[in-house]
Write a protein that binds this ligand. Sequence first.
Ligand SMILES: Nc1ncnc2c1ncn2[C@@H]1O[C@H](COP(=O)(O)OP(=O)(O)OP(=O)(O)O)[C@@H](O)[C@H]1O
Ligand SMILES: [Mg+2]
Length: 435
Amino acid sequence: MSHLAESSTPSRKRSRWEQTLDDADEQLLQARESLPPKRRSKSKTQASRLADSSHTPPLPTGPLAKPLVPSARPRHSIYAPPRILYPSFRPARSVYNYERLNQIEEGSYGVVFRARDKQTGDIVALKKLKLDEEKHGFPITALREVNALMACRHENVVNIREVVVGDTLTQVFVVMDFIEHDLKTLITLMPAPFLQSEIKTLMLQLLSAVSHCHYHWILHRDLKTSNLLMNNRGTIKVADFGLARRYGDPVGVGGLTQLVVTLWYRAPEILLGATTYSTAIDIWSVGCIFAELLLKEPLFQAKSELELISMIFKLLGPPTSSSWPDYTTLPLAKSITLPPQQPHGAALRQRFPYLTNAGLDLLSKMLTYDPEQRITAEEAMQHPYFKESPLPKHPDLFGSFPSAAAGEKRRKPFDSPSAPQRLADYKLITEFDLP
Ligand SMILES: Nc1ncnc2c1ncn2[C@@H]1O[C@H](COP(=O)(O)OP(=O)(O)OP(=O)(O)O)[C@@H](O)[C@H]1O
Ligand SMILES: [Mg+2]
């Protein structure tokens, strides 16, 4: 355990890119870039060698762009079928293709910067993944994050542009489209909650993204308002796939890790020790997000897992043999004393006095104890709540807000638990087979 804790210590080495570039640095960089390739090759690191394109034909921007024009000689063995699923692999570009503008946030697993693409002028976000100092190689969570983002391309999922490297191979940055807000900061800074019509639009977008991920066999496992980005055109983008994983594959001994989902958004089956769980855990989190949009504050602000379980039981009543038939089989169920029964749905109605019956029905279907009975993202999108008045607002009609991430307004500090520790880092890489 201590070994794991020790090995998850993030890399402290900062690339030159992360430090402010003054004029002298810029000149040095330019001078270095203008050196002939032969002289450079002596001192360069493995990373810059990877990023160096001097020995290859000019690349289109981003490793995810279309493959280069095929040469006369086939690049693959004539005995192996050609690679059709992915563009051919090519070296990662250097982070120095971007001009650093400002640091947006330092999360638990990465520092996020706003930057400008020197070639196109596009404003982007760069998330520097916290990697070990080459102790364990490239961690699986970093691979999962990149892989899941690529597998889940969707209008409501943040767009990954490429992966670039810094001065060494432990400095890896994911380049994404820059999105002006995260929902957590926005909710905290807004004077009034979103309108019902706006909440419906945001929820439909979120459900559409979640349904898309689930359709592609990806569990997000850390849905929360700070991982939902929103642009100034009223569009939600699900981000932070650092805890995501593929589901449906056989799982190893010991099952899936329970160290997933930030506490306030964690489903009861995980809290009670289930080692097999599925898409329903994301829907529970979506229910908590729905409630947070309505209340303008998180639904379950618990300090510990035990406090969270007791808060859930208080709001929804204790589970029964019909509401959750498998409850008694869960590892931690026996150690919990259930509170007395209460009138069905009374506490939930009391907490959301202004929500329509249809809205309350959708919320309680998302916050259903039994994962088997919990509504799916696909079903939720068809719920009558979205068809009753007021109808979902067109995203274009959303007002725009000053962007804290772009430094237009000072970020307001808020107190919320961080994502669980990624012990999964050190699991075998075969657990997440490339799709
Ligand atoms: N593409 C982006 N555009 C703008 N801001 C972003 C972008 N991606 C992330 N951010 C900002 O950076 C914050 C942290 O990003 P992210 O959640 O990916 O990192 P993390 O280290 O995994 O965070 P945590 O563990 O705290 O959830 C987000 O809450 C958001 O404010
Ligand atoms: Mg995050």
